[in-house]
Design a protein around this ligand. Structure first.
Ligand code: FUB
Length: 323
């Protein structure tokens, strides 16, 4: 009897310890999706979508985008809903995936939302850009119109093709915008960040669905994205020697996530470690329209290829050197 009691007590202690260590999901007071982290001045800023659908809803309700910041990857401050489709006079509907980057001391927040009035009157998805002098705003519409609209892309199949922008500045200063559902589209941007600089191209990496994330690390270019192969979504990636491609498929780095049919990659290096942001439906009452952002470690092989990312409840440890 005594031994039984001791075992139960030990299990309880281990269980509680596990709960205390559980960092994932990293934001617990609201539902968040489509993570886009950047590192700026010793701090990680996380730009995120905001799910507000009820448990019964069968579609997204995403009224705005929030910004969070952290100096240690564990304690996240919510700076609030700093941008919404209402900021853009031409936009209506949901606040889909977005990414903010710093360029020449300004912060450009590229967003996907929907157009009130595109040529086809389909309320098609469109990409806009907001600008600010600070990572936490205030943000205003940088051009007063959409940067990319549904009718500008030749392979348009659905009204939601033009979602999920990711922006990348190469070492020579050339800016690239990638985006797209169904196919991955890209175009050069002028260095004012608000004008296209050439024709739009489209291609379809293996398994590609949406959510591209483009970056360069140790001389390799990466295109990480949400894909199918199995449904729900998985995360796959390609590598290239230049942003124009050709992009070579390298495989799946994360399988289906807990309780959500979408997932979405966001990747940064911070203080010597690589971090993989994604979303799942792991919070109580969570699901595909009530998602939550998580972080797990990411590891590269010597040749630059990416190891499989393990979805964990523990998440990542607090960064110690957080001066
Ligand atoms: O959050 C709305 C949409 O779901 C995003 O734009 C896609 O990437 C998927 O996560």
């Amino acid at each position: 009897m005594k031994i039984k009691m001791i075992i139960i007590l030990m299990l309880l202690i281990v269980g509680t310890q596990h709960q205390l260590n559980a960092q994932n999901p990293i934001i617990k007071h609201i539902f968040t999706a489509d993570p886009a982290p950047i590192v700026y001045k010793n701090t990680v800023y996380l730009y995120a979508g905001h799910d507000t659908a009820s448990v019964r809803d069968k579609n997204y309700k995403m009224p705005d985008w929030h910004v969070f910041s952290s100096k240690d990857m564990v304690n996240w401050k919510d700076h609030g809903a700093l941008l919404s489709p209402k900021t853009f006079s031409w936009a209506t509907g949901d606040a889909y995936a977005a990414q903010c980057i710093e360029y020449k001391d300004k912060f450009y927040w590229f967003v996907s939302t929907f157009h009130k009035n595109d040529i086809n009157s389909r309320g098609g998805a469109a990409i806009g850009v907001a600008v600010s002098d600070s990572p936490i705003g205030p943000f205003t519409d940088a051009i007063g119109k959409a940067l990319v609209t549904n009718e500008m892309t030749t392979d348009m199949k659905h009204a939601w093709d033009d979602i999920d922008p990711t922006v990348f500045v190469d070492d020579d200063g050339q800016v690239y915008l990638f985006w797209g559902n169904g196919s991955c589209k890209w175009v050069k941007l002028k260095n004012n960040m608000t004008e296209l600089d050439g024709p739009i191209s489209a291609f379809k990496p293996q398994n590609y669905i949406e959510g591209p994330w483009v970056y360069k690390r140790n001389g390799h270019y990466y295109l990480v994205y949400a894909g199918a192969g199995t449904k729900p979504e998985i995360i796959a990636y390609c590598m290239a020697e230049k942003p124009e491609g050709p992009w070579i498929y390298k495989g799946i780095i994360q399988g289906n996530v807990l309780n959500s049919f979408t997932t979405h990659p966001g990747i940064v290096d911070f203080k010597g470690k690589s971090y993989f942001f994604y979303h799942n439906g792991a919070l109580p009452t969570g699901g595909s329209y009530r998602r939550s952002i998580c972080i797990d470690y990411m590891y590269y092989n010597a040749d630059g290829t990416i190891q499989k990312v393990i979805e964990t409840t523990n998440g990542v440890a607090a960064v110690k050197n957080n001066k």
